[in-house]
Design a protein around this ligand. Structure first.
Ligand code: TYD
Length: 253
């Protein structure tokens, strides 16, 4: 059997050449990183959970007409996606203050924002993904004004969808990050939601207790990350059925 060609290896995923032109296989690793990879660990089962959760969110988005790169899940850790040209921006939508916004502006974490706020960070690990404005994006040609209008509209539709899905299972969507890709259909270029949507790239708080069910559990040493992600998957009804147990069984005696 021919060896698959690895296209790219990132912090949490590996991309391989797909079976047909224009497709990519996205493999979810168990590696967790935070603070620009200064903090690292392997969280058994995280890749399996994020593969399922990203499938769940992307499929839902496709069904309501928000285009995404997701084609189908292949196995426990891999999904087939459409290859696209990633715009070098982390598009962040915030409903409540947290993380860097709280630090920058001195707003208590959990404060509801007057309306969803969209922010952009330039994707460059060496620079620590700096916050940029639409002026930078236009001036450096990362995206056009038309692209920016489409990106805001996609980001807000993803926000409405995710907020609703999460609220239905007692979870507050505090903020999240998406990445956007370009695909070409003949003479036309379209923007689609790419990368992943998972608790690695969202802040999710239990509505009743405020318990964190996202990567902050790892960033801030608040407990077991796989347990938190399993809880999100359980509430959404997307438990990996024939998966290896995510937490190791406890041996009695
Ligand atoms: P933010 O508060 O800006 O940064 P941090 O996660 O370092 O505190 O992040 C806002 C949301 O976007 C949060 O849910 C994490 C997510 N995010 C990523 O997943 N990757 C990124 O590179 C950035 C900048 C944010």
């Amino acid at each position: 059997m021919a060896r698959r060609k690895k296209i790219y290896e990132g912090k949490a995923k590996i991309l391989y050449e797909g079976p047909e032109p224009g497709t990519i296989v996205q493999y979810f690793k168990d590696d967790a990183t935070a603070f620009n990879a200064q903090k690292k660990d392997v969280i058994e089962g995280k890749g399996v959970l994020n593969n399922r959760l990203s499938e769940f969110f992307m499929t839902g988005l496709n069904q309501i007409g928000v285009p995404t790169h997701f084609l189908k899940r292949l196995n426990m850790r891999e999904q087939l996606v459409r290859s696209c040209e990633i715009i070098p921006l982390e598009v962040i939508v915030r409903n409540y203050a947290a993380g860097t916004m709280s630090q920058r502006l001195g707003i208590d974490e959990g404060t509801q924002l007057p309306r969803p706020i969209v922010e952009y960070c330039y994707k460059d690990d060496n620079l620590g993904d700096p916050l940029v404005t639409e002026e930078h994006i236009a001036a450096f040609g990362w995206a056009s004004q038309q692209d920016m209008d489409d990106i805001v509209s996609l980001a807000l539709r993803v926000n409405d969808f995710l907020s609703g899905v999460m609220m239905a299972v007692g979870i507050r969507l505090v903020d999240f990050k998406i990445e956007i890709g370009r695909v070409y259909d003949g003479d036309f270029m379209r923007l689609i939601v790419a990368d992943e949507i998972s608790p690695d790239s969202c802040r999710l708080w239990d509505i009743e207790t405020g318990e964190k069910l996202d990567k902050d559990v790892f960033r801030r040493d608040l407990g077991n990350l796989a347990d938190a992600y399993t809880e999100v998957a359980r509430r959404l009804g997307v438990m990996p059925m024939n998966a290896q147990p995510v937490t190791k069984p406890t041996l009695i005696n």
